[in-house]
Design a binder for this molecule. Sequence first.
Ligand code: X2X
Length: 340
Amino acid sequence: MHKLNRRQLLAGSAALALPAAGLHSALAADKAEFTLKYGNNLPVAHPMNLRAAEMARRIKEDSKGRIDFQVYPNNQLGNDTDMLSQLRSGALDFQTLSPLILGTLVPAAQISGVGFAFKDYTQVWAAMDGELGAHVRRQIEATGSLMVFEKIWDNGYRQITTSNRPIAKAEDLKGLKIRTPPSPIWVSMFKAFDASPVSINFAEVYSSLQTKVVDAQENPLAIISTAKLNEVQKYCSLTNHMWDGFWFLGNKRSFDRLPADLKAIVTKHVNEACLGQREDVRKLNDGLQADLKSKGMVLNETVADGFRDKLRSAGFYADWHKKFGDEAWAALEKYTGKLA
Ligand code: X2X
């Protein structure tokens, strides 16, 4: 009997991999041939998770229940650093992660996070769906343990929030105790601004702001809003100092265990969800200024030139050009124009 054989097969794998959280039905996991766990660091209300939930349903439907695709949002499985090590070992099958945090493992991935590089989304998607993204994906695959889907998900242009003062010009960053994600280029950039950056995973950002371990952080408006950082921050300075995204990463061995037809189903729905997510995130980021004001935040505009000049004179572009190498830097400047 087909069903019995499959259940026997499952006894040692998927059937035992039921999540403790009870979010996913035991029945679904029992029937599925493959249980795939995807973890991320964002609140449930963020478009990434709305699209991920829809994607998981479609993967289940299209695979006729052979795949149980489980989404674990909001750092439920640990912070980004924890999830990345689970992903490498195969304890986690998929993770969306900023290219810059991935930089702790794949330094070359950080190149999309160079400050004030992409002038607009036309440049972002041309580069990331083009040669620059392809260059980075090759470096990710070269780890041997990771695979990556073709389309990078959007996080957005990042803005600085503080509890103590608005940031109108580069000099205002001097001495600012600001949280940055754990990533060499992030720390380097805020050091170049003469700030005092502290690397903290997103899982601990709200509490570090609340307890004043740091006075500031930077993120796109969609995250400031869905993570309710406005509750623990007063000022929001629209610096647009860098664009950030999320590579949809997988454990290579785990993905390669899927038969070709199921690989195709997963790939199709991950890339499709990504394109929808890009639109949702952009709309949300564009529409949130009034909302954050109504919640008591004080917003201010800034002019990029002075910030960029400060990075230039601190040697930020020259240093990272040297680290990434001429070829990669040329692939970046092909889309952004000369940076320094
Ligand atoms: O950690 C952050 O600030 C976040 C959520 O934007 C990233 O994943 C880089």
